[in-house]
Design a protein around this ligand. Structure first.
Ligand SMILES: *Cc1c(COP(=O)(O)O)cnc(C)c1O
Length: 389
């Protein structure tokens, strides 16, 4: 079956005699046992819940894995991945990571005796040299956020495996519709399902999918032991959101490409970062490992003041952290989503202070372009400031 069909064709309620089309919310903490000396399929919702099982199986299938696990947030999924390591182990991560991931790696993990180091994973040779015998986890996102650098997942998997480490890929910016890291050699793919999978910014959730059964057992053990599995109601919302993933992302990336081209030819825009533009350095690599470039892009204006004003003057692009919703959003990553990155890590990156990141929604592209255009004109003083907002 093709992806669009797979999104909606799954058993929503295995074994349910009423045969509902939507997955029921099994809002129960415990399940009655038939015998005093043996458990049934479910006993306690922290350990397993039928609504969550449907979602986890569905996600495992969409990412071409064997087992999936859903968590209360993307950060909970990432935390679970780090629990596969022990004191003395080392994480080597790309230098352009989601701010919250950096904060977790740097400020929380250091207390546990696990080290995290950062290097430019686009420079494969130098990155490989940074691996140490204690490096057990190689951790990347691609395209990175907010600089939209494209990393070679096949090569990174080889580098990790040659050194006895596993590769974990945060696939939040792409979603399983556009990229399947497990097929490219990754051992773990994870998502902030809050973004494209949910798609409506009405649920906070995370997911992990693996192929290897031994890894799956460890992840399940941690999910149950720590109690960070996703609640039945949030599983229901995510199941509903996922059904329209392809429709949303098709529209979002069509809009994103049109906007990227518009910005690239705009006199008040200095540089556009979007791997769907043919002059982007990662254009070919992106085409070789993904089926599109997604709906997130960023640009610079040459002035922090102009960038800030653009963000404040757009009306359809609302100032919010996060991305992946049906609504367009705009942010200044230096001030917002990446404010949690420790200064010494931030210094390693070339994050322009005037960088504006947009996440393109499903609105009409003409309205979105007109909105950005008016904001740019006013911000650069070409039109008198409109007092309406
Ligand atoms: C948002 C995000 C996270 C964290 O996910 P939450 O659901 O907010 O906990 C992790 N990775 C990336 C790339 C993100 O964008």
């Amino acid at each position: 079956m093709k992806f669009a069909s797979r999104l909606v064709s799954f058993d929503p309620a295995p074994g349910d005699r009423y045969r509902p089309i939507a997955t029921p919310i099994y809002q129960t903490a415990t399940f009655e046992q038939e015998h005093a000396d043996e458990f049934g399929e479910y006993d306690y919702s922290r350990s397993g819940n039928p609504t969550r099982t449907v979602l986890e199986k569905h996600l495992a299938s969409l990412e071409n894995g064997t087992r999936g696990f859903c968590f209360s947030s993307g950060m909970a999924a990432i935390t679970t991945t780090t629990k596969l390591l022990r004191s003395g182990d080392d994480i080597l991560a790309d230098s352009d990571l989601y701010g919250g991931t950096c904060r977790l790696f740097t400020k929380v993990l250091e207390k546990t005796g696990i080290s995290a180091r950062y290097a430019d994973a686009a420079n494969l040779e130098q990155f490989a040299q940074q691996i140490r015998p204690e490096t057990k986890l190689v951790y990347v996102e691609t395209p990175t956020n907010p600089l939209l650098r494209v990393l070679d997942l096949r090569k990174l998997a080889e580098i990790a495996h040659a050194n006895g480490a596993i590769l974990c890929v945060d696939n939040s910016t792409m979603s399983p519709y556009l990229q399947n890291p497990l097929d490219l050699g990754a051992d773990i793919v994870l998502h902030s399902a809050t973004k494209y999978l949910g798609g409506h910014h009405d649920v906070t959730a995370g997911a992990i999918v693996v192929k290897d059964e031994e890894l799956a057992k460890q992840v399940y053990f941690i999910q149950n032991a720590e109690g960070n599995g996703l609640s039945p109601f949030d599983c229901f919302l995510l199941l509903r959101g996922i059904k329209t993933l392809k429709l949303r992302v098709d529209c979002q990336q069509r809009n994103a490409l049109t906007i990227a081209k518009f910005l690239a030819s705009h006199p008040d825009v200095k540089k556009v970062y979007y791997p769907g533009l043919a002059d982007h350095p990662g254009y070919e690599l992106q085409r070789s490992q993904a089926r599109g470039s997604g709906g997130v892009l960023s640009f610079t204006t040459g002035s922090v003041e102009v960038s800030k004003t653009v963000a404040e003057l757009t009306k359809l692009f609302r100032i919010t952290v996060s991305f992946g919703s049906v609504n367009s959003s705009i942010s200044l990553p230096g001030n917002m989503s990446h404010a949690s990155v420790p200064p010494q890590v931030l210094a390693q990156r070339d994050l322009p202070a005037d960088l504006v990141r947009i996440s393109v929604g499903i609105e009409d592209e003409e309205d979105l372009i007109a909105d950005l255009d008016q904001a740019l004109q006013v911000a650069t003083g070409k039109t008198l400031a409109a007092s309406t907002r």
